[in-house]
Design a protein around this ligand. Structure first.
Ligand code: B12
Length: 224
């Protein structure tokens, strides 16, 4: 798969959206959308991050690749979904000042494909606006993405504010920093579920449980 990941990264960096979509379509025939997100698109974006970090590509190159990736995700999100509707609502957001949102968009599609009512509010949502939306829309689940280590204190603020709500929703915390969240006291609440991958997310949606691979990590049971 490594070869295909690099191939996809190159197409994204070259702005070749049609070719990138064709490459993805070859795998769509054999694999689920979830596997394509995790085995192909996510590692391609991570690889682009490495090239960027090593100054092998410019900021403009990385912006172009992200824009093409975003476009492809829009198309993929509109493809066949299970013909079921579940009477459950999930709201998805990135913390204030967070700009990374590609992962969150994948999460939105996974929920949609499982028949949930999804409100994707994107990145950079201030705490007070998140709280008023929760009070108004009353989602069963709030999903928050965290990509950068220095935003962990902000995440704690968001979690603590949600826990104070009368009908507090379940919280799903994911993103590059998810593994760091597991050690925070704020993640010990029964309502907080730290999710390491889309596969784990789907398991949680279907079974209400998350299985962590390493022993000693938190057991998680959902009540929704
Ligand atoms: C594209 C990109 C950007 C774009 C983002 C645009 C956008 N629309 O998202 C822009 C240019 C804005 C950007 C800015 C910055 N970035 Co940036 N960025 C990236 C890059 C290359 C790709 C991000 C991405 O799309 N990844 C692919 C997605 C699919 O992966 P993911 O988010 O991890 O999501 C997966 C899971 O985590 C999960 N998930 C994610 N969220 C959630 C939520 C829930 C609820 C669940 C269940 C699951 C889940 O789902 C996905 C499934 O595979 C990464 C490299 C990397 N390794 O990710 C750097 C990277 C994250 N950025 C980095 C940095 C440093 C920055 C900046 C600080 C740079 C700067 N000096 O300005 C700023 C910070 C901006 C801000 N205020 O937030 C560093 C972070 C290093 C670190 N310390 O951790 C990285 C790792 C690059 C690097 N190698 O140095 N970035």
């Amino acid at each position: 798969m490594e070869h295909q990941v690099k191939q996809l990264a190159k197409l994204l960096l070259d702005g070749q959206d049609r070719e990138a979509k064709e490459l993805i379509q070859q795998y769509q025939k054999e694999d689920s959308i979830l596997a394509i997100y995790e085995k192909l698109i996510t590692p391609a974006m991570y690889y682009i991050g490495e090239l960027w970090e090593n100054n092998e590509i410019s900021v403009a190159d990385e912006h172009l690749a992200t824009a093409v990736c975003d476009m492809i995700l829009t198309e993929l999100s509109q493809e066949k979904t299970k013909n079921v509707t579940i009477d459950k609502k999930v709201m998805l957001l990135g913390l204030e000042e967070e700009q990374h949102y590609i992962g969150l968009r994948m999460v939105a599609t996974v929920f949609k494909h499982e028949g949930w009512d999804v409100r994707y509010l994107g990145p950079n949502l201030p705490l007070n606006h998140m709280l008023s939306f929760i009070r108004k829309w009353k989602p069963e689940v709030v999903g928050i993405s965290i990509a950068l280590p220095y935003r962990l204190p902000k995440l704690i603020e968001y979690i603590e504010a949600i826990v104070q709500l009368e009908d507090e929703p379940e919280m799903l915390i994911g993103g590059r920093m998810a593994n760091k969240v597991l050690s925070l006291d704020a993640s010990k609440s029964d309502k907080v579920h730290v999710v390491m991958s889309l596969r784990q997310l789907q398991d949680w949606i279907v079974t209400g449980n998350i299985k962590y691979s390493e022993e000693g990590e938190k057991d998680s049971n959902a009540t929704t």
